[in-house]
Design a protein around this ligand. Structure first.
Ligand SMILES: [Zn+2]
Ligand SMILES: [Zn+2]
Length: 325
């Protein structure tokens, strides 16, 4: 699922928004004969209020078709349950091998990923969340896995409990809240049983859980990676568990601020791992809003409208929809 950002946020009364983003960028450099001549400079964008769709991302200068606008590291990521033994547990890179599904530990693609994940993974290992996992698996839920990982990151001190607060939350039905309460109970008891000190899980309240999950629901990106050498092998391994092509899901900061368009001027892609690349699909002028497509753009108008309304809670009024295409 992708970001919403439709509704005017709590920043309603501010004309321009300047956030200190925790993302990396590697664009705005001049390329001549493949050599980068200038050091990385800030991405050519700013976040500001749109006229009708809350905040959005705007070009601060002309961006050429095919240019890399910026890259983004996930705030939190998690492999699909079907891919746990075939992708890196942190960056979701496809592995050249599939680990034993009975293995007690999870695979990392490199020492660097293992090292980066070490602190929160130690917390994850302490907690027996098999009941929570089973709950997610039988219901086909993927977002609670991101919440659990975030909770472990908060406990281990690598993330703050309010790090997703800036993102737009989904509107929740009473049924969704009831379901979340059940999940929360399973997660909270797993942490309590693991003898993690009360002070360390003080943040883990029902309200925190619901609020984080409401944000993840509409801001998480489903990550599919292009095929690799062992793709067929991985596919058959995954297919035996469940039909799920995605290697995992991840939440980002800046990409979540992009509004939707059924005829987008930017797309978000993943090449080798969960690090996202935002690329211009056509020339974009300074001041123009950058938009991505949250759904499969090849669907017809009615199907797009239904999906956007049910999944993201808004009616699309983009030029393509208005033209009836
Ligand atoms: Zn990795
Ligand atoms: Zn549209």
């Amino acid at each position: 699922m992708l970001p919403l950002g439709r509704l005017v946020s709590q920043f309603k009364n501010q004309k321009n928004l300047h956030f200190a983003f925790a993302f990396t960028f590697s664009t705005a450099t001049n390329h001549h004969d493949g050599v980068k001549l200038s050091p990385p400079s800030p991405p050519p964008i700013r976040v500001a209020l749109t006229e009708s769709a809350g905040r959005g991302v705007f070009a601060t200068r002309r961006i050429g078709a095919g240019d890399l606008v910026h890259t983004a590291h996930p705030l939190v990521s998690h492999p699909s349950l079907s891919a746990i033994h075939s992708v890196c547990y942190l960056c979701l890179r496809k592995l050249a091998f599939v680990t034993d599904s009975q293995a007690q530990s999870v695979p990392f693609c490199s020492e660097q990923c293992g090292e980066q994940a070490k602190v929160f993974y130690e917390v994850e290992r302490k907690v027996d969340s098999s009941a929570y996992d089973d709950y997610c698996r039988t219901r086909g839920l993927k977002y609670p896995l991101l919440v659990r990982r975030l909770a472990c990151m908060v406990i281990s001190g690598v993330a703050s409990s309010d790090c997703l607060d800036i993102l737009q939350p989904a509107r929740l039905s009473d049924y969704m809240i009831l379901e979340m309460e059940e999940e929360f109970g399973l997660l909270r008891s797993a942490f309590t049983k693991a003898n993690i000190m009360d002070g360390q899980i003080a943040f883990l309240t029902k309200q925190w859980y619901t609020s984080v999950l409401a944000r993840i629901r509409i801001n998480a990106f489903r990550i599919e990676l292009p095929g690799g050498l062992y793709e067929d092998l991985l596919k058959s391994a995954a297919a035996s568990v469940e039909a799920e092509d995605a290697v995992g899901n991840a939440v980002y900061m800046l990409p979540s601020f992009y509004n939707h368009d059924c005829d987008p001027n930017v797309h978000i892609i993943w090449i080798e791992n969960a690090n996202a690349r935002l690329k211009a699909l056509r020339d974009i002028e300074a001041g123009e809003e950058l938009r991505i497509c949250y759904i499969d753009a090849s669907m017809d108008r009615d199907a797009r409208q239904t999906l956007l309304c049910e999944g993201f809670g808004f009616q699309c009024c983009c030029l393509r929809c208005l033209s009836g295409d």
